[in-house]
Design a protein around this ligand. Structure first.
Ligand code: ARG
Length: 489
């Protein structure tokens, strides 16, 4: 069967070789049951069509568990060698598609035990000692997600690098900075681009921080109470690359904080992508005309031949909705669950997988869009002084001359009102008119009516002065390099 999408009970099975002895499906339970499960229950219960992607991690955990059983003298040398060999064979067959799960397998753990029993006979049945699907699935999902988070961090850092490249080119390009989407004060266009980079850098930092808490191994917790067999949870944790083993077996099998916390980080990335996507949509509009998309990252209309649409920005914006939904859905599932394991917890995987897949498909498209778009520098720069965006600079000029800011604000307000009424720019008002509007104005007020001057003047740390923007870039580059190194490790 396919690893995704096949509902249970479609009759899709791999035939008798897929099943246990006598053609009955191999189940990990059933000793006390007179008959098999109803089809309706089987359809509801099956998870193998989505949890099959955990197969490589389940096999890794199985090998670590086999070594633990050996150290506990529950497997002898020959048995361990046969077990590890068979697990490697299964891994190779899974990777090559020679072994696939069937819908009758119920879940990935069942399918892989079937594969082992097919190869080893009764020896295959020894691996389950001291282990439950409850500690297995918690461990598998952590292993999967720690690898997936690194993939997400890598592509996210690549987006940040593309943004920093654009910012570097536009450190000294003035743009209208906006609040309420209205012209507010001139800024460096590079400064605005870097604001997005800081958001994404926090996202990667959040993923790295998440990883510290996620690096806990649940194997050895069993169903919920640990095991009476002499297992070695710390040894298994180390073998699987975790920082430590669980401290409480009940918590180990019931904790899904790591999934919810990842989904928050993913939703936050989605929100940041959505805000960048929205700016790309605005900037490419005819009204702004700041950015021209590369043909490879724009789409056309089936009816309007002239259209060039910013679909990547829109999909980045749109897909943030499903990322937020994944988080809220899982939190609702977790709320009110009694300890320890409950089958509700099976609902953790699909939102997590969907969030990973969504980010891995959106991020490279946004990176490509950013890396190939052309900024129409003159148009951006020409818009910078529009909308009286230097009015604050005029007010601060008055403040430097001893006028209380409250009065300066009033005076400049009156000047702007006069300009609006007479359809004039701040620099076009005559000396006589300036004095008439407010005696605080003298002709040298025109010295502050320069966009470049306004940018340079904002030279406090973190400000929009080009020198400060260059500093930000110099500080960001090594952070991004370190994040990328962590991700591809
Ligand atoms: N498919 C299950 C899950 O994802 C595996 C654990 C099942 N455990 C059980 N006791 N039925 O949570």
């Amino acid at each position: 069967m396919k690893t995704t999408g096949s509902p249970a009970g479609t009759g899709e099975t791999a035939g008798s070789e897929a099943n246990g002895a006598g053609g009955a499906p191999l189940r990990l339970w059933g000793g006390r049951f007179a008959g098999g499960p109803a089809e309706a229950l089987a359809k509801l219960s099956v998870s193998v069509h989505f949890d099959w992607r955990l197969a490589p991690y389940d096999l890794l955990a199985s090998k670590a568990h086999a070594r633990v059983l050996y150290r506990a003298e529950l497997l002898d040398d020959a048995e361990l060698a046969a077990m590890l060999g068979a697990l490697d064979d299964v891994g190779a067959d899974v990777a090559a598609g020679r072994f696939t799960a069937t819908i009758e397998d119920e879940d990935v753990h069942t399918a892989l035990e079937r594969a082992l029993v097919e190869r080893l006979g009764t020896l295959g049945g020894k691996l389950r000692a001291g282990r439950s699907r409850n500690d297995q699935v918690a461990t598998d999902l952590r292993l999967y997600l720690r690898a997936a988070v690194r993939q997400v961090a890598a592509v996210l850092t690549e987006l940040s690098e593309a943004l920093v490249d654009v910012a570097e080119e536009h450190v000294a390009t003035p743009a209208p900075g906006m609040t309420h989407l209205q012209h507010a004060q001139p800024i460096s266009f590079g400064h605005q681009i870097l604001a997005h980079v800081h958001a994404f850098a926090r996202d990667v930092d959040r993923l790295r921080d998440w990883d510290r808490r996620a690096a806990v191994c649940a194997l050895g917790a069993g169903a919920l109470a640990g095991s009476s067999l002499p297992l070695d949870p710390e040894g298994v944790a180390a073998e699987l690359g975790f920082d430590r083993a669980f401290a409480n077996s009940i918590d180990a099998v019931s904790d899904r904080d790591f999934a919810a916390e990842f989904l928050f980080a993913a939703a936050m990335i989605g929100v940041h992508l959505s805000r960048l996507g929205e700016e790309i949509v605005l900037w490419t509009s005819r009204e702004f005309g700041w950015v021209e998309l590369d043909d490879a990252f724009a789409t056309g209309s089936s009816i309007m031949p002239q259209k060039k649409n910013p679909d990547v920005g829109e999909l980045a914006r749109g897909k943030s909705g499903r990322l937020i939904g994944a988080l809220t859905g899982l939190l609702a599932t977790l709320k009110g669950l009694p300890l320890a394991y409950d089958r509700d917890l099976q609902e953790d995987k699909e939102p997590v997988f969907d969030a990973v897949d969504t980010l891995l498909v959106v991020l490279p498209a946004v990176t490509g869009t950013v890396a190939t778009m052309k900024v129409r520098t003159e148009r951006v720069a020409a818009a910078a002084p529009d909308g009286f965006s230097l009015a604050t600079d005029v007010a601060e000029y008055l403040v430097r001359r001893g006028v209380p800011f409250r009065s300066a604000h009033e005076a400049v307000g009156a000047l702007v009102a006069w300009c609006v009424e007479h359809d004039a720019d701040l620099g076009e008002v005559s000396d006589a008119q300036l004095a008439a509007i407010n005696p605080a104005f003298t002709p040298d007020v025109r010295d502050v009516l320069s966009v470049a001057g306004a940018l340079d003047a904002r030279s406090a740390p973190g400000g929009t002065a080009p020198a400060r923007v260059r500093e930000q870039i110099a500080n960001l580059r090594p952070t991004l390099a370190a994040d990328h190194k962590w991700a591809v490790g």
